[in-house]
Design a protein around this ligand. Structure first.
Ligand code: PHE
Length: 522
């Protein structure tokens, strides 16, 4: 049934750019390099590629099929396929909402960096601190600034989504995505000619699979979670974009292109960050989550001078494009849901007002993320307490302990504020205060709190059930029919059938296990 009230992408190029825009985001430029950095470089890359081919591609095709077949956003789409699965649609709308409660804050922060590098190029220091490397520490606890930049970033998203699929999203991504790849290449080339950069390539591409022998499960679960988030799966975004894809489009080919381009962008981002860490930070690739805001800042500071500011600007501008083209796909998924529900009720859809109202609600939920100093908490000068501070689940002083229990890990607190695990076998010292780590990643900052709900639970559960339902209930023929609706033959039917029935649900269990163990220490 054609839905005449709905818009769609104007061309194949526009669809691909928008879908790649959704996929290429902070996950690629931030998450991928730092996770690769702390999970053994090449070994991680290898597992990532295998997962993208065997799990990611099938889910991507599945979401595009569900979207295009029904021509609807997630809730209406699932309802149309089977009433019993409407709840999956609700999950696919709640998840993007929750993701946006931190993604918008991060996007705003990235903009702030890009702007200060831009002014620095004309000799105007807008960092507000003496050396740019001190900036992150001051910025994250500056509530006014954090909220201000979040508001700006949300406002741009709102404006684009108000412009509609053709007038807003398509226009932005048609220009933004090619621009993003060009900047990636420029920065890659600049970093490549720096002395020492080669260490980064060895780290990424040197055929070393030892980390897999050490802790295969850790690499597997980290790569699986990363792949999933990076491809924008399980979030309603790809279903919604799929619903705007014309029936003439080669659905399967498009899905392959999106997966390949997303993976390419992640590898390219790695080819900036890893060699830069080798050239400018003495090979310290383990910046962890601080990599984007801290380590990279140090990289551009060490590059120095005008070129450092220029490269800094290009890099953060690139991250900005990546972030906003992802966040707009999430806001669109939510907005389209209300629009479709209005159309179904026979009401005239109000895109602008819908996008605006959702943006305001998202802003309110972004406030905790923006105000807890990204985990600094009131103890370190932020305006709001972290969930850990609030619920009293922070590091606990192991009071009244007379000696070590052999199954418990104890920590000491260093002068730098960092906790160090006490080595097993160390003698108990009465004059030392020992701490027990009760902090898990879900509660150390509001960002992680939102992340665990969305990326940690809803996304993997939703996609697992979707793949399972395609494989066992709706059957592969649904996928085949939709792909072949454009007159193109589906290839690899048996392969995808096995993916939906077995490999993908199993892969999703690994993702879920990985998320739960990471966030809750299970
Ligand atoms: N894929 C995006 C990234 O890599 C994030 C995202 C997830 C966007 C889910 C839309 C849906 O940052």
């Amino acid at each position: 049934m054609e839905n005449t009230n709905r818009e769609g992408f104007g061309s194949s190029f526009a669809f691909i750019m928008a879908a790649v825009g959704s996929a290429v985001g902070l996950g690629n430029i931030w998450g991928f390099p730092y996770k690769m950095g702390s999970n053994g470089g090449f070994a991680f890359l290898l597992i990532y590629l295998i997962l993208a081919a065997f799990v990611g591609l099938a889910v991507m095709i599945g979401e595009h099929v569900i979207g295009r077949k029904t021509g609807m956003s997630p809730i209406a789409a699932y309802r149309k396929i089977s009433k019993k699965f409407t709840w999956l649609g609700y999950m696919a709308v709640i998840a993007p909402f929750v993701i946006l409660c931190f993604y918008m804050v991060l996007g705003g922060m990235v903009m702030r960096y890009a702007c200060s590098y831009l002014t620095a190029m004309i000799g105007w220091n807008t960092w507000g601190v003496e050396t740019a490397t001190d900036f992150y520490g001051a910025f994250r606890i500056n509530g006014v600034q954090m909220v201000l930049w979040t508001v700006i970033f949300i406002a741009i998203n709102t404006a684009i989504v108000c412009g509609g699929v053709g007038g807003g999203i398509e226009k932005f991504c048609n220009v933004g995505m090619p621009c993003l790849f060009v900047i990636l290449i420029i920065v890659i080339v600049y970093v490549a000619v720096q002395p020492g950069a080669v260490g980064g390539y060895q780290f990424m591409f040197g055929l070393n699979i030892d980390p897999l022998k050490e802790d295969f499960l850790k690499v597997l679960k980290t790569a699986a979670g990363q792949m999933f988030f990076s491809l924008s799966l399980g979030m309603g975004a790809m279903i919604t974009y799929g619903s705007y894809m014309s029936k003439k489009e080669h659905l399967q080919r498009n899905a392959v292109i999106v997966v390949v381009m997303d993976t390419l962008a992640a590898i390219m981002a790695g080819m900036i960050v890893m060699p830069a860490c080798y050239a400018f930070l003495e090979g310290n690739t383990r910046g962890g989550p601080g990599l984007l805001f801290d380590s990279m800042q140090a990289v551009f500071y060490n590059m120095g001078g005008f070129i450092g500011d220029l490269m800094g600007f290009l890099f953060y501008f690139l991250v900005f494009i990546a972030a906003i083209s992802s966040s707009m796909s999430l806001l669109e998924a939510i907005t389209a849901t209300k629009i479709d529900s209005d159309i179904a009720k026979g009401k005239a859809p109000k895109r602008r007002i819908t996008a605006l109202v959702f943006s305001i609600i998202i802003l309110i939920f972004c406030l905790p993320t923006a105000l807890d100093g990204i985990g600094m908490g009131t103890a370190n000068g932020a305006a709001l307490p972290t969930p850990a501070e609030l619920f009293g689940l922070d590091w606990a002083e192991a009071e009244g302990i007379k000696g070590f229990d052999k199954d418990t890990t104890y920590y000491t607190l260093g002068e730098d504020g960092a906790y160090t695990a006490v080595e097993k076998g160390t003698a108990f010292d009465e004059s030392t205060t020992y701490y027990l780590n009760t902090t898990k990643t879900w509660n150390d900052c509001w960002l992680d709190f939102y992340d665990v709900i969305s990326e940690g639970i809803i996304m993997p559960v939703g996609a697992m059930i979707m793949a399972f339902a395609i494989g066992w209930i709706w059957k592969i023929d649904m996928v085949k029919e939709e792909i072949e609706a454009s007159g193109t033959k589906m290839w690899g039917k048996t392969f995808f059938n096995i993916c939906y029935k077995v490999i993908t649900p199993l892969g999703m269990i690994v993702v879920l296990y990985g998320q739960l163990s990471e966030f809750f220490g299970i």
